[in-house]
Design a protein around this ligand. Structure first.
Ligand SMILES: [Zn+2]
Length: 187
C-alpha cells in the first residue's frame, strides 16, 4: 500500500487501487467500520495514547467508504446542510480519501456522549488541538488544516485525519505542509 497516496479533486482513485486495499473491520460503539490493516493498528494505539495522556475519548465516525456509500453521504449532507455546504466539505465519488481506508473522521466523547454532527464537533477545537499533538507519532496528519484550503480545496475539517506513515507525518508537521505540497501536486 502506498501510504502517501494522494486522492483529491484532481486525483481521483481508480477501481484497481480500491480492489487492492487490505481492509479489515473494526467495531466501535456497536458499529462496524473498515480501515486499511496498518491504519487500524495505528488508530487503536493513537486512541489509547490520547485517552491516557489527555483524557479524551475518540471514536470513528467514518472510515473506509465505497463509491456507493460516498454517493449516499453526498446526497445526505446536501439534504441536511445544503448544496453549498456539501460542495465545501464532501468530496465527489472517486475523489474522497475515504475510499483508501487511510482516512478517519473522528468523533469525540464529551460528558459521556459522542458528538453527532459537524457543528457540535466544531465547538470542540480545544480537544482536537490536544489530539493533533499525538498524530505524527502514529503516522497521522490533520489532512485539511486551516490556511491550506487553496491547496487541499477542502475547507478546514477538524475531524478528518489521514494515515501517511510516521516519517511523512513528522515531516509534514515540522514543515507545515499538506500532502499536496509534499507530492508537489497543487495548482
Ligand atoms: Zn473525512
Amino acid at each position: 500500500m502506498n501510504y502517501q497516496l494522494l486522492i483529491n479533486k484532481n486525483h481521483p482513485i481508480c477501481e484497481e487501487t480500491i480492489h487492492k486495499i487490505d481492509l479489515v473491520p473494526i467495531v466501535e460503539r456497536n458499529m462496524v467500520f473498515y480501515l486499511e490493516r496498518k491504519v487500524r493498528k495505528k488508530y487503536l494505539k493513537l486512541k489509547k495514547k490520547v485517552f491516557h495522556k489527555a483524557g479524551i475519548i475518540i471514536a470513528i465516525d467514518s472510515g473506509y467508504r465505497s463509491i456507493e456509500e460516498q454517493k449516499e453521504i453526498l446526497s445526505e449532507i446536501q439534504k441536511e446542510y445544503g448544496i453549498e455546504y456539501a460542495r465545501k466539505y464532501v468530496s465527489q465519488p472517486y475523489k474522497s480519501e475515504h475510499h483508501t481506508g487511510l482516512a478517519i473522521d473522528l468523533t469525540l466523547n464529551i460528558n459521556g456522549y459522542y458528538l453527532e454532527n459537524n457543528y457540535e464537533l466544531e465547538k470542540h477545537i480545544t480537544e482536537f488541538k490536544q489530539i493533533y499533538k499525538f498524530l505524527p507519532y502514529f503516522g497521522f496528519i490533520l489532512r485539511y488544516p486551516k490556511g491550506k484550503e487553496n491547496m487541499t480545496e477542502i475547507s478546514f475539517e477538524p475531524w478528518h485525519i489521514r494515515y501517511v506513515g510516521v516519517k511523512t507525518a513528522k515531516y509534514l508537521k515540522k514543515n507545515n505542509q499538506v500532502l499536496e505540497q509534499y507530492k508537489k501536486k497543487y495548482l
